[in-house]
Design a binder for this molecule. Sequence first.
Ligand SMILES: Nc1ncnc2c1ncn2[C@@H]1O[C@H](COP(=O)(O)OP(=O)(O)OP(=O)(O)O)[C@@H](O)[C@H]1O
Ligand SMILES: [Mg+2]
Length: 310
Amino acid sequence: MVTTVTLNPCIDRMVTVEQFTYGGLNRIKDSRMDVAGKGVNVAVVLHQLGGSAFCTGINYTERGQIIRDFLDSKGIPYDFVDVEGEVRINLKIFDMSKGVVTEVNESGNPVPPECLAKLMDMIDTYAAGSRMMVFSGSAPKKVPVSIYRDLIEQANKYKVLCVLDADDELLLNGLEAGPYLVKPNLYELEKATGKKLATHGEIVYAARTFLDKGVSIVGVSMGSQGAIIVDENEAYYAHPVEVEVKGTAGAGDSMVAGFCVAIQEGTGLKEMLRYGMAAATASVMREGTLLCTREGFESILPRVEIEKIE
Ligand SMILES: Nc1ncnc2c1ncn2[C@@H]1O[C@H](COP(=O)(O)OP(=O)(O)OP(=O)(O)O)[C@@H](O)[C@H]1O
Ligand SMILES: [Mg+2]
């Protein structure tokens, strides 16, 4: 089982307007709501690929039922720490005339220290029965930036492989606990290492600086430019797969899920990159927030071209 930990669940509300007027009245033509925490996305992709996923982390007393109903509808089990307050809503305004999305994101209601202590107990409870544990996404207000480090240190007491996908201080602190796998995108890797990374050689070098912290594998996603994976001995580059891109939401989360499947199957590093790319590509091929299916994943797998980086 793969347990995903979502600290900052959210609901995406996408509204479509014909032409966005700054400072004026905008009439909504169409709207939709999607459950969208990063760990939830990873669990959905794992489940759709045929794996067994479990969701834990933080949920809220208000609107939290929307998240539970969503997971129930998918058949994904969960156990969250319920915090007083509302699940945040991230508003996305799609301007049809320009084809541009404006995002207005809430930062997430504060989590009291006693709830963080309960979360630590959840890690104890579920790390013992999990093969892998995925820690991904932002943290709500007032949660210390050391949170992923603390949670991963706790999980590392068990025989579970930890995966970290986070940004800025959450990433830098989390690395200190030596997660097994880290998946920064290129921008996150540049920020973490303080360097502009122009060549594949530079990316490999920067990614390997994480290995000094006890990390075993680093997967660097590069959006439309493909991805790179490194461990201590080898490095590979995957070319982007040419498909019609219909929605990039959850692309990185899908790559994480693909990596998890590969680790569980013991594919080795090169195939792991293929699995991650196939899952991510199969997600971007689907409209809006729809994520990778097993059929999409299998159809892309043979199309991923991988080169060894010497
Ligand atoms: N525009 C695109 N065209 C083709 N493939 C894409 C595109 N965007 C993303 N992908 C695929 O998805 C993978 C992950 O994308 P990206 O690097 O944007 O992740 P991310 O920034 O972590 O995303 P997220 O917002 O989900 O955290 C890429 O390596 C690639 O395989
Ligand atoms: Mg990401």
